[in-house]
Write a protein that binds this ligand. Sequence first.
Ligand code: MG
Length: 384
Amino acid sequence: MTTSVAILGSTGSIGTQALEVVRAEPGRYRVAALGAASSVELLVAQAVEHRPAVVAIADASRAAELQALAPAGTEVLAGPDALAAAAVEAEVVLNAVVGFAGLSVTLAALSGGRRLALANKESLIAGGPVVQRVRSTPGAEIVPVDSEHCALHQCLRAGRDNEVVRLVLTASGGPFRGRSPAELAGVTVDDALDHPTWRMGPKITVDSSTMMNKGLEVIEAHELFGIDYDRIDVVVHPQSVIHSMVEFSDGATIAQLSLPDMRLPIGYALAWPERCARAFGAIDWAELGRLDFEPPDPAAFPCLELAREAGRAGGSAPAWANAANEVAVAAFLEGRIGWSSIAEVLKQSMSEHDGIEMDNAEAVVDVDRRGRELAAKIVERSTA
Ligand code: MG
């Protein structure tokens, strides 16, 4: 049977790899919708190859260009709501939008009763309280694409909910593993983007270098699986072969292992509850050699604990932390602040957070906006 898929964020790292997964099993999937923030040229090339019913572009200023180049018979949607509107075109929605902008796609997919293959962790982290409400829509289901959470999803199949003792998220440690705070003071954008094991977009690669990515993933695991923060641990595992583990009540730990290749979790989420018939990242044990583990260093990578504190505070705190981090990472990538200042901006932002109830999407958007405004001020102060 053919499964229809909507791939939103199709021109980014996850989106292009998702199309490789689709191509790997001809006849299994039908691409019903494709969507991107602003990359018209690649989006058109993808549309010409896959002939979706709908193509969507978030940047309304590119609408005319997309309309002119899209293949005949493909409807063009444009503007800030276009990606969310395209989501309901398919049975399975891959949300690979970058950053907070993915929230509307997550909400549209779940409230439309679709299976959501979720690569956009920010929407679940920032919009947690609101996303939880629409998860109970009949037919709605989240299958995580984030490699750690996809691993947990697989490991959890080995036991019952009441048998789970703890989740153990693995972290590669990023490009700066083992460095002291003093050694980290002068690192550059190029250094931060030089990830040892994963190829990913710039935002998440910087998050990986600060370990904020792991902090956000702790919150993501809590939101996805409903496990208390006290029972979600992080261990540094530089080879990125064990993608995460679940420890059960009898002491057994179940781990998911594969080479670092995002096509495996993407294929898992698209094919669920079946498995992808094509192997991505299968292990050659003779070549693998060894697996190492070490605890994270909280002095060198304070973002991990700052994110965990935001998760524990709950409510609007994770949204606030996510907004501050997005602003700080953008400022770092633009060369306006140093790497160590990312954690400083986050810390100062959190100290000025005023918790509010978030019971609808507008409230989440409002918290995000205010969190960004404050973080931008903190960035300006630090560069003045
Ligand atoms: Mg991850």
